[in-house]
Ligand binder design. Structure first.
Ligand code: SF4
Length: 243
């Protein structure tokens, strides 16, 4: 019998209601004080929760998705469903096709497995450059980062003012159980890859399902050392990676 992600994970923290209230207040404050503001969605569980809360509060916060050209069919299906139901404008940013073709011609489809440099070059073309376009002109953005996701994210603040563009992380103190409790109790549409043991979802070549007992992000760039496992989207400029 298949057990859904909601059945597996939905277990709220004792203070879930207070966390949700703080998240709602933070999003309301972000919408009131930071224009233009946008939500970055990878169409993973956290981002689906944030999109749902924004929608429930009727906040005018648009969202964007980076379609790297190598997303899972399940993620693209959720993108279409989200687009169809979203009250806020949803914009899809794609890489410059010429840059992708040149890179693949030169390095091959499997370049990311050969070295960290090639993997970061691929992330640069497929993610970082489109992200820069998506964020251009925005005062602030909203992400689904949570402290629990990895050691590298253990200090994620709810409001990150360390870069000129403010980053809001409204689920920073939520647990995985909180995320799924929200999804289960509000009937949030989610990426069905989560039912197939993909807790963290990215590009198809660089994401696999995890086994019982493995770390949350063990299925992302699993052939690399733990310390290298960020694509640059959430790495600070001072740390030497394009962000
Ligand atoms: S996650 Fe993998 S496929 Fe996606 S942009 Fe980075 S290296 Fe390329």
């Amino acid at each position: 019998m298949t057990v859904s992600a909601t059945q597996q994970h939905a277990r709220p923290s004792p203070d879930f209601d207070a966390k949700l209230a703080r998240t709602q207040a933070l999003l309301q404050r972000a919408a009131a004080e930071f224009t233009p503001l946008t939500q970055a969605s990878s169409l993973g569980a956290e981002d689906s929760v944030i999109t749902h809360i924004i929608q429930a509060l009727a906040l005018d916060i648009p969202l964007f998705v980076l379609d790297t050209g190598v997303l899972h069919a399940e993620t693209l299906a959720l993108l279409e469903r989200t687009r169809a139901t979203s009250r806020a404008p949803l914009t899809v940013y794609r890489p410059v096709q010429e840059a992708v073709v040149k890179f693949v011609d030169r390095e091959g489809w499997d370049a990311m497995y050969r070295s960290i440099e090639l993997r970061k070059a691929c992330c640069g073309i497929r993610k970082m450059e489109p992200l820069a376009r998506a964020l251009a002109g925005h005062k602030a953005w909203i992400t689904g980062l949570r402290r629990e996701q990895s050691a590298a994210r253990a200090e994620v603040p709810a409001i990150d003012t360390s870069e000129p563009r403010v980053k809001f992380n409204p689920l920073s103190d939520w647990t995985w159980g909180d995320v799924w409790h929200y999804i289960a109790t509000r009937g949030v549409d989610y990426n069905v890859l989560h039912d197939q043991f993909y807790p963290s979802i990215g590009c198809a070549p660089c994401t696999r399902a995890i086994s019982l007992g493995e770390d949350f992000r063990a299925g992302r760039w699993w052939w690399e050392d733990e310390a290298a496992k960020e694509c640059g989207l959430h790495v600070k400029k001072t740390e030497g990676t394009p962000a």
